[in-house]
Design a protein around this ligand. Structure first.
Ligand code: RNT
Ligand code: ZN
Length: 418
């Protein structure tokens, strides 16, 4: 370790030790917590199916920073660079539109072989894969209707797509020896006040039941469902609302996906985890940063990201919560966006793991003055020294040194992309 990092770490280790926190054990635990990085930050959620297709489904990337990945090879190269700057266990979260095929394959006909390149890459990198059906950016997803579409043929197309995706997801789990979490999110909703709110929800319910009918071992594949409040162009009604999916996940024993940007502005995911986990076995997190709306800004080390990490550690539910990221920013270097958000999520986990037991003790004793004092003290505890030491041990850059590598890559590689 460099002298300054070592010196700061020794002092930090001692000061946490005085409060009963073993920084060595914390680092070891931190390193094993997987964070699933979302492939779609690298190319503005476009995929490789048809690059002329505009992003639909009520989600939006804004910005046109140069260097967007246009092929799977480019996306993997960008991910390699990003992952090399991020310490700890990682996974990659793929969407169905990231298939590789020499000829056009429609979404209801996709097969594991179209993702062979990703499996090879994941194996070489030692990362697990997660998956998502892509029920948007497609001619049959116009008007934000897919699994709840009133036309049975269109509905069936999306049901078949989701069924094909489950098999691909299970193939990932089998190939890589770690279950793939497959998250179903559909954009279905209505721009203006609908007449019928019941019909679409009943159709979605039956479509989901149909999709999940094929039994697949949880050793290879796990299902998750993601609700939301509204999307662009679907402001008045969202078929898959929070209530709908909470009840669905509970009654069907599937995972609930909680996205930090999918609730009313003063609601927070950090408070929902302990409620949902009373009733569902596992949760999938889409850690994101909503700025005034579901804007999917890059995750920063803000209060809510910290509160989420605190809940996972304080609640002892790290094994039941799958941490995934979900944001897409096209206004800055996209590799930097991945590194910033993923490192921040792990920093939040580190701070949570370093929390001394005196906070809980004070609460249990009813001493809320001490609880608040200790909570506030912990914010300025020397966690950054532990973070730097951890980065050095994992041979990833300390502080902002990774930015030089990303800038060099931008100059040598990204700026040459048309
Ligand atoms: C949309 C959902 C969904 C998507 C990704 C691309 O609001 O958050 O998770 O962002 O699947
Ligand atoms: Zn999401």
């Amino acid at each position: 370790m460099t002298v300054s990092v070592q010196a700061a770490y020794s002092l930090a280790r001692e000061s946490f030790g005085e409060l009963g926190v073993d920084t060595e054990a914390v680092m070891a635990q931190l390193d094993r917590i997987p964070i699933s990085m979302h492939c779609w930050q690298g190319d503005d959620v476009r995929g490789f199916e048809d690059s002329s297709r505009a992003l639909s489904g009520g989600i939006q990337t804004t910005g046109n920073y140069p260097g967007r990945a246009r092929t799977a090879a480019e996306l993997r190269a960008d991910l390699d660079l990003a992952m090399a700057q991020i310490p700890g266990a990682k996974r990659l979260n793929l969407h169905a539109i990231y298939l590789e095929s020499s000829h056009k394959v429609d979404r209801d006909a996709i097969l594991p072989e179209h993702f062979a390149g990703w499996v090879d890459w994941a194996r070489a990198q030692g990362v697990g894969l997660d998956f998502n059906p892509s029920c948007f950016s497609h001619p049959l997803a116009e008007n934000n209707l897919t699994l709840s579409h009133p036309d049975p043929a269109i509905r069936q197309f999306w049901i078949d797509h989701c069924k094909a995706c489950r098999r691909i997801s299970a193939s990932f789990g089998k190939a890589l020896g770690t279950p793939s979490v497959m998250n179903i999110w559909v954009p279905d909703g209505s721009k203006d006040v609908p007449v019928d709110r019941f019909g679409p929800r009943q159709r979605l319910l039956h479509a989901l039941d149909d999709i999940l009918a094929e039994p697949l071992s949880r050793e290879f594949h796990k299902d998750a469902v993601e609700g939301k409040l509204f999307g662009i162009g679907a402001e008045s009604y969202t078929v898959g609302s929070n209530e709908f999916y909470l009840a669905y996940a509970t009654s069907r024993n599937v995972m609930l996906c909680l996205d930090a940007g999918h609730f009313h502005p003063t609601e927070v995911v950090s408070d929902k985890l302990s409620a949902a986990l009373c009733f569902v076995d596992e949760v999938l997190l889409h850690v994101s940063r909503p700025v005034r709306w579901d804007s999917d800004h890059i995750v920063v080390l803000d209060d809510e990201t910290q509160a989420i990490a605190n809940e996972l550690v304080r609640g002892g539910v790290l094994a039941r919560v799958n941490i995934g990221l979900d944001y897409f920013d096209a206004s800055i270097n996209r590799v930097a966006a991945w590194v910033i958000g993923t490192r921040n999520m792990r920093k939040a986990l580190l701070r949570a793991l370093l929390e001394p037991s005196r906070l809980r003790d004070a609460e249990l004793a009813g001493d809320f003055s001490s609880r608040l004092v200790f909570m506030e003290e912990h914010k300025s505890a020397p966690w950054a020294a532990v973070w730097d030491a951890y980065c050095e041990r994992k041979e990833v850059p300390v502080g902002s040194a990774w930015l030089d590598r990303v800038k060099a890559y931008e100059k040598d590689v990204l700026s040459n992309r048309g």
